[in-house]
Design a protein around this ligand. Sequence first.
Ligand SMILES: *Cc1c(COP(=O)(O)O)cnc(C)c1O
Length: 227
Amino acid sequence: MSGNSSNIEANLASAKKRLEQALEVAGRPPKACRIVAVTKRQANEKIDAALIAGARCFGENRVQEAKERWPERQERFSDIELHLIGRLQTNKVKEAIALFDVIETLDRPKLARALAREMERSGRRRRLFIQVNTGAEPQKGGVLPDELGGLVMLCRGELGLEIEGLMCLPPFGQDPAPHFAELRHLAAKYEISRLSMGMSDDFEIAARAGAHYVRIGTAIFGPRSET
Ligand SMILES: *Cc1c(COP(=O)(O)O)cnc(C)c1O
């Protein structure tokens, strides 16, 4: 179901309702899962409409784009929770730590070290999720399931980083359910408490499978611009 771009408030309400119904079916509390409204390549007016409608949790996939429009809104609204959901290059770590509350795409030792160093230097602790490449797709970010244990150990041990959650992005066109189940299994195995999984087309499946965050873009904001 694609969103009607002219009615952000109604789209948000509908996504929330569908999420709550999915949670209820799974016997989970209505607030067990939060919507990350994904604003990448969406018009500023739509972001403002979402803020007016009460949304406070947002996701962006590029540091540069986020930097152009979020600092000013973070000043106006003190309770925004901004998630980085796209690949993070180590040379952007400083900007990412300044801007985002949650980084969902930690996926390699070098990045973990850079994040640890910058959080220490700046005195800003940020919430971290490790992205897992459950489909083992070569072009996609995320640590392979087999390498997750090593990365978690590095973070918790030498680097002193707490890992709040795991995130995944199942291969396009595949049944997402086995990927969601695997992410949940991995989180249990490594005693990681939260899961970020599910997007516009499959967030109800993700909510039933145990998601704590679902990342919804087009179902709220409509189609994205090309660039
Ligand atoms: C774009 C994006 C989403 C949102 O996708 P929709 O299909 O528009 O809901 C979710 N997660 C990630 C990592 C994304 O890049």
